[in-house]
Design a protein around this ligand. Structure first.
Ligand code: NAP
Length: 329
């Protein structure tokens, strides 16, 4: 365990917000968590990729535990345990290099493995919950390590028990995945169907390459433009609201989803004329309206102002409330 005082966090959050924390604790072995003196206001930091830091933080726990281990295998699947501090995409690459199926659609998502179950990360029709067998965590109150099987994690669209009920009560220390040795492709999303066209004999490596190529054209590189991926969640509306919107905007995209119909928030923001819109040093990304960017030196307040502005404009125009996906601390 390494402790630093008054650490600057600019390079540790992908939005590149210049903020400090009073106490910065780097954990490289999960057993070190037993010796942490947790304050009443701490933040667990992994990749810092789904985060907007709005104030000086008291205590940051920087989880850097590494390791990928095969636990067991059958002729059909392989069980792999991954430490929370591993980069998510490192694990995805490891799995496709072994010709396994299940993680490939989730390629190139920034962040750590420990963060993945919290918002049940998803992309191109796949979700982390589809391959998670169980999640191990450190319970801060009891100082015990516990394991929740998939069902107990209450996974939902971009949500889980860790995001709400257990927030600030636990630290995810490892995730165990079940990946298939049998070919199981998930190519339902338009982007992938178009990419492959008539191509046959597609493997998980091909899907990973496709996802990376598609994402690279739309998503800003955080080393060049600070951002935290999708800033907003997609909107879910009831059928009646969808009918109203369809009458006014016949080309509105929508998808059946749990709880109603999903409307891509990027479409709503773009239709509101806000793609590329700027407020001070903060902006709506000009290639993807779901992403807010730091054009250089933006403050968290500028980003928050911009996000509220976008939310209000979308509501005024469509009567649809959109919500932030990013963790604001
Ligand atoms: P896209 O392909 O332009 O589609 C726009 C939205 O429509 C997506 O958000 C997606 O919802 C939804 N969608 C598209 N095809 C669908 C289908 N066949 N069935 C159900 N819903 C469908 O999206 P994109 O922005 O380029 O992103 C592609 C994928 O990467 C999406 O799954 C997105 O969630 C993921 N992504 C995640 C982040 C992040 O930071 N978390 C950032 C960028 C992209 P869903 O979002 O529910 O899939």
């Amino acid at each position: 365990m390494k402790i630093e005082k008054n650490k600057i966090l600019t390079s540790l959050n992908t939005f590149k917000i210049k903020e400090y924390c009073e106490e910065f604790i780097k954990i490289e072995d999960k057993k070190e968590l037993l010796n942490v003196d947790f304050t009443d206001d701490f933040l667990i930091l992994g990749g810092g990729s789904n985060l907007l830091i709005t104030k000086r933080l008291k205590q940051v726990i920087f989880l850097q535990t590494k390791g990928i281990k095969i636990i067991s295998e059958t002729s059909d699947d392989m069980i792999i345990k991954v430490e929370a501090g591993e980069e998510w995409d490192h694990f995805v690459k490891y799995s496709v290099d072994k010709n396994l199926y299940g993680a490939e659609n989730l390629s190139f998502i920034p962040g750590t493995v420990g963060a993945a179950p919290i918002q049940n990360i998803g992309a191109y029709g796949a979700e982390a919950k589809d391959i998670i067998q169980d999640v191990e965590f450190f319970n801060i109150t009891t100082k015990q390590f516990e394991v929740f099987e998939n069902k107990k994690c209450n996974f939902e669209y971009r949500s889980s028990i860790f995001k709400y009920e257990l927030k600030n009560k636990i630290i995810i220390t490892s995730v165990t995945f079940k990946l298939s040795k049998l070919k199981k492709l998930n190519l339902q999303y338009g982007g992938l169907t178009q990419y492959f066209g008539e191509k046959k004999n597609i493997t998980s490596i091909d899907v990973r390459d496709a996802v990376i190529a598609i994402r690279e054209t739309k998503l800003p590189n955080t080393d060049i433009i600070g951002n935290s991926g999708s800033f907003f969640k997609n909107a879910i509306v009831p059928e009646q609201k969808l009918c109203e919107l369809k009458a006014k905007y016949p080309n509105i995209p929508f998808f059946k989803a749990a709880g109603g119909f999903k409307i891509p928030t990027a479409w709503l923001i773009e239709k509101a004329g806000l793609k590329g819109f700027k407020h001070g040093n903060a902006g709506v990304y000009n290639k993807h309206a779901l992403i807010l960017v730091n054009h250089g030196g933006a403050t968290a307040q500028e980003i928050l102002y911009l996000s509220d502005y976008v939310e209000n404009k979308v509501f005024e125009l469509f009567g649809v409330r959109i919500n932030k996906e990013v963790n604001i601390v």
